[in-house]
Design a protein around this ligand. Structure first.
Ligand SMILES: [Zn+2]
Length: 254
């Protein structure tokens, strides 16, 4: 390689590297992380994500049952209003309804809006055992849900809210979607356990399908531990005691 060609290639590589860094910073807005949430709110989030895991575990769909006889996947969503009261929940029902739209979030949102005769979900938080897909993220955004906390990161169908927030104008694309919902991975240990177990499953299993992971004994045991943790929960912040009591009552009455 001639000396001149070498410098040519090096110069182009340097420009390309700096451009991609520039566009990366411009295109992807930083996503709020759990460090920005108060300790008291983190406990509220822990209580409600534990309730959401528990609602799923109570109606666990075993892998031994043929798919067409199952309700759907082991995924669920819980709506909590601005006063920190759990108001409605939905479980994935794609098999029992034979309808691919029937995710837990869709069912919780549409059925609650119908029941409450409410136009949208302004001020509500949605807790879901799995990071929402693009269909649910769209519905969550359009119904003005304030915030989402999820109990497991998805891998391939992930980052739907971040994708809506991407600004690709610097590379000739589009502005971010005009409405933004903050979605955060729960800081609870069971979320970390599920993430780790799912990543191990993806590395070791030929069938890289989330629904198969979610009927595994390992996933089941994590959800079961979450239920036990919910039932035996010791409140750390006294101001959250009523919230835990209302979560427990919701679990027992629904
Ligand atoms: Zn979904």
């Amino acid at each position: 390689m001639s000396f001149r060609l070498f410098w040519h290639i090096s110069f182009i590589a340097l420009i390309a590297c700096n451009c991609s860094r520039y566009y990366h910073n411009r295109i992807i807005e930083p996503v709020l992380n759990m460090d920005d949430v108060s300790e008291i709110q983190k406990e509220v989030d822990d209580i409600f994500i534990l309730l959401t895991y528990s609602l799923v575990f109570r109606d666990w769909q075993a892998g031994s049952v043929p798919r067409q006889e199952r309700r759907g996947y082991n995924i669920g969503a819980l709506l909590v209003n601005a006063q920190n009261e759990p108001v409605y929940y939905g479980l994935n029902c794609i098999n029992s309804t034979d309808n691919a739209t029937q995710h837990g979030e869709v069912r919780a949102i549409t059925q609650y809006l119908e029941k409450a005769r409410s136009f949208n979900l302004s001020g509500h938080t949605l807790y879901t055992t799995l990071e929402p897909c693009v269909m649910c993220a769209g519905m969550i955004t359009m119904t003005a849900v304030k915030r989402v906390v999820f109990g497991q990161n998805d891998v391939e169908y992930s980052k739907a809210f971040e994708r809506l927030a991407i600004d690709t104008r610097p590379i000739g694309g589009f502005p971010p979607y005009p409405r933004r919902v903050i979605a955060q991975a729960s800081s609870i240990s069971f979320r970390e356990e599920l993430d780790e177990a799912y990543n191990n499953f993806l590395e070791s299993n030929d069938e890289k399908i989330l629904a198969i992971f979610l009927v595994s004994d390992e996933a089941r045991s994590i959800f079961e531990k979450a239920l036990n943790s919910f039932k035996n929960y010791e409140v750390e912040f006294e101001e959250n005691r009523n919230i835990y009591e209302s979560a427990l009552q919701f679990f027992n009455e629904n």
